[in-house]
Design a protein around this ligand. Sequence first.
Ligand code: IMP
Ligand code: MG
Length: 182
Amino acid sequence: MHELHPDCQSMLLSEERIRERVTEVARRVNADLAGKRPIAVGILKGSIIFYADFIRCLDMPLELDFMAVSSYGSGSTSSGKLRIKKDLDSNISGRDVIVIEDIIDSGFTLACLKKLLLERGASSVTIVTLLDKHERRTEDIAPDYNCFEIPDEFVVGYGLDYDEKYRSLPYIGILKRSVYEK
Ligand code: IMP
Ligand code: MG
């Protein structure tokens, strides 16, 4: 087992637990979206590792695309503003879109994104999240598929960062408060 990073207070989800659950959720998506040819939209950068693992479990023809948006900056609470830093390459009009995101917190990011993708003419928008911090939701939105509900703690690893660090940890750990409160 990978040693816990010294900036983490504990491991929340091990590599193995993540792998099992991601496979299980993908199996449900395979059944529910059978026969479709969706565009899988990864939200950069936090979702990249989840995205790579998840799409390899999907057994339908897929096109891949990415967006980068920000609502956080380098702090640990939402600033309440969505900015598109990198837009899609594809025309999504008339297409089924699967949005793959690392974490839903207030729900602001995904609520704005879903609205935008539907305004651009997507015929459906399915939201898949790795993590859901349900207690912190302020927007009226829920992922269609979520892998893990987690407590209101700041987590890093498996793609998630604090100030661009910790993304390559293979597990998800709870960041020590002393790291972001100093
Ligand atoms: P929302 O718009 O409040 O739902 O925030 C979603 C975004 O906040 C995610 O895409 C993450 O980038 C970031 N975020 C929220 N909580 C965490 C966390 O615990 N660790 C790392 N990033 C987080
Ligand atoms: Mg982030």
